[in-house]
Design a protein around this ligand. Structure first.
Ligand SMILES: [Ca+2]
Ligand SMILES: [Ca+2]
Length: 668
């Protein structure tokens, strides 16, 4: 197969965007005009950088594979003549389509790996600049050629709501099945995808306004951390390598964000945007997009209102994900939840329907990771469209992350993992296990199958790795913590994301394909030996992953890399033992009946049973047997709370405790 590529440099008239192009996006009054200006400005910037940076490699485009113009088979185009009344009605029904032009960065379904090899020696930051420049140029070129035709279709009412994209060279518009035939005549149009109606639930939202900065002077080691920090060995990365995630921006695509005290320090602040002046200061098309953006309603409303906050407080999904990635300790709280506590986060709302806008925003904010906490089944050929966006986004230096999903009990393989976590290579998917490394019943598994018109991989190995997704402690917006509160694969994704933030903090030039290789090679094999479809390559090992990043960086820089060399099998043995030892189940007070003797004596839920009459107690059976042996006499019961042990004289009456087995200490 030959690939015709043309140099991006060859396209000269890129600055000829005029007032005419502003009319391209007249559907959204304020936004559209500024969007076009934003594109224009970013071109001006990249053009000047091209002039001063002519030594950099040229990022050529490729023709999109396939004969003729492809139409998504879900679009039912009416016959030329006649047709039943129903067909005519369908023909007039409004649909949203996503259209590809005939030149893309990755022209074929197998292009990602091929071009990753081509640019394997690049540095990430440099590659990002080159790719953005090339994508924006080809988009401008294609849109310039198509402008006249598109304007005609707009004026005839055939299409509306036109939005241009560059992360994929193409556009979104509303039309009808009957309009598709005319859309095909637009110069450069190559593939037309039907965009499914992906409704997204939203809370009661307001603009994101951070609290005053009340950062604490404490060290990370001064805080108590939830058990997953130790199980994933993130704390060892902080202490041994002095790497805590600084310098990274993690975009979280979700909803129900809050900027509670533990998230206020780590919220991203767009340096070029002045908050709350109702002006798009940085000219990117989005007004006051200081901490993220809501692409669903075109506003900066991403956080829940105080009144909604109380109702949502237990399921504040976006905030919980942010807390796992980079939640901070505060002066008021002894707890710190983030895997990469020095990292920054921003929130975007937009799902897979507004993916182009949200990813373009993330790329231009220099984001490092993009964590997705949603997934959709049965997207048909639209899967190809979102996959291409992720592939182009990866070349822009973005690491896309997702949980594997929660559908093991309801959906069959190979569609248990859905979109976006079914995307090969560029969306890193984390399955979930329980704290003792056993499988979580609901956690989705691979493989996945790719047999769309554009992508023909067949069966693909998924997921990549696993993290934890059951009975996780969580921190509420008011700072309070609950020890075993949340379950769901949405939370394994952010653990993966936090790990990548640590890796990128250690080496900002790490390329996505190298990151993938490192994280899978250093994972601790669990479950069935070798790769398996439930746990992938194994449990994420932050310490081993960051050490390998540092080793490769040292080698690249010609520095002695011996101290970063792998401990081999000892590494994985230690990691597995560390997880399982600290996850040893203990007999724990689950509840205390109000007014009971135990309550009066100050026993609290969460207290761990240590011994009775000097005998160690590790389960319910020990407890009952020892108490029976006392034959109606009082017993001495020792309970542990945090680091302190308390002794109680328990009379031979009902004491008011409800006991249960809990796995290990939640915080350390
Ligand atoms: Ca802006
Ligand atoms: Ca502003």
């Amino acid at each position: 197969m030959s690939y015709k590529s043309f140099a991006a440099k060859a396209i000269q008239p890129i600055l000829s965007v005029t007032k005419e192009s502003l009319q391209l996006t007249t559907n959204r009054p304020c936004l559209s005009a500024s969007l076009a200006i934003g594109t224009l400005l970013s071109f001006a910037v990249t053009t000047s950088s091209l002039a001063t940076n002519s030594a950099q490699p040229t990022m050529g485009m490729e023709p999109v594979s396939g004969e003729g113009i492809w139409i998504d088979p879900r679009i039912r185009i009416p016959a030329q003549q006649g047709g039943t009344e129903t067909a005519q009605q369908n023909a007039e029904q409004k649909i949203t389509v996503k259209v590809w032009f005939d030149q893309q960065l990755l022209g074929t379904g197998d292009a990602y790996q091929r071009r990753a090899n081509e640019f394997s020696k690049s540095k990430r930051q440099e590659l990002r600049r080159n790719v953005i420049q090339a994508l924006q140029k080809i988009s401008d070129y294609s849109h310039k050629n198509a402008r006249e035709s598109l304007q005609k279709l707009q004026s005839e009412g055939v299409i509306s709501n036109l939005q241009t994209h560059w992360i994929i060279n193409g556009f979104t518009c509303s039309t009808t099945a009957a309009g598709i035939t005319k859309l095909k005549s637009v110069p450069g149009v190559k593939k037309i995808f039907l965009a499914p109606n992906l409704g997204q639930k939203q809370g009661d939202l307001q603009s994101a306004i951070p609290l005053p900065d009340r950062s604490s002077a404490k060290q990370h080691s001064d805080y108590k951390h939830p058990w997953y920090i130790r199980s994933l060995q993130a704390d060892r990365v902080w202490s041994e390598f002095n790497v805590q995630g600084s310098g990274t921006l993690n975009v979280i695509a979700d909803n129900n964000f809050s900027i509670s005290p533990n998230l206020a320090v780590s919220i991203y602040r767009n340096p070029k945007e002045i908050p709350d002046n109702k002006i798009d200061d940085d000219g990117n098309g989005y007004v006051d997009d200081c901490h993220g953006y809501n692409f669903t309603d075109f506003s900066n409303r991403i956080t829940v209102t105080p009144s909604a906050l109380s109702a949502f407080s237990r399921t504040l999904h976006g905030a919980m994900c942010a807390t796992i990635i980079c939640g901070n300790g505060t002066r008021e709280s002894p707890y710190e939840f983030g895997i990469a506590p020095e990292a920054k986060w921003a929130g975007v709302i937009g799902g897979l329907f507004h993916l182009e806008d949200a990813v373009e925003w993330a790329v231009l904010q220099n984001a490092d990771t993009y964590s997705m906490s949603f997934s959709h089944p049965k997207l048909g050929e639209y899967r190809s469209h979102v996959r291409k966006i992720f592939e182009h986004g990866a070349f822009c230096g973005i690491f896309f992350v997702s949980g594997a999903g929660n559908f093991a009990q309801t959906t069959q393989v190979p569609v248990q993992m859905r979109s976006p976590e079914d995307t090969p290579a560029v969306v890193f998917a984390a399955a979930g296990v329980q704290r003792d490394l056993s499988r979580t019943k609901f956690s989705s598994q691979g493989p996945v199958r790719w047999a769309t018109e554009h992508y023909q991989d067949g069966m693909v190995r998924k997921p990549e790795v696993c993290a934890f997704n059951q009975d996780l402690p969580c921190q509420l917006p008011n700072g309070n913590v609950i020890d075993v509160q949340i379950s769901g694969n949405s939370f394994a994704g952010p653990m993966f994301c936090g790990t990548i933030a640590l890796m990128l903090s250690a080496d900002p030039d790490l390329l996505p394909w190298d990151c993938r290789e490192i994280i899978t090679q250093t994972a601790t094999d669990i479950g069935v030996p070798g790769y398996d479809y439930q746990t992938g390559h194994g449990l994420i090992n932050c310490h081993a992953a960051v050490r390998e990043v540092l080793r490769r960086k040292a080698v690249r820089n010609g520095i002695d890399a011996v101290k970063y060399e792998s401990a081999g099998i000892r590494d994985t043995t230690e990691h597995r033992q560390a997880s399982q030892t600290q996850a040893k189940p203990t007999l724990t007070v689950v509840a205390v009946r109000p007014g009971s003797p135990a309550a009066t004596q100050g026993v609290k839920p969460g207290d761990i049973v240590v011994s009775m009459n000097g005998q160690p107690i590790s389960n319910r059976n020990d407890y009952d047997t020892t108490r029976q042996k006392a034959k109606g006499k009082s017993v001495t019961l020792v309970l542990q709370r945090d680091d302190k042990q308390n002794s109680y004289e328990v009379p031979p009456i009902t004491w008011g405790l409800s006991l249960g087995m809990r796995a290990g200490r939640v915080f350390d």
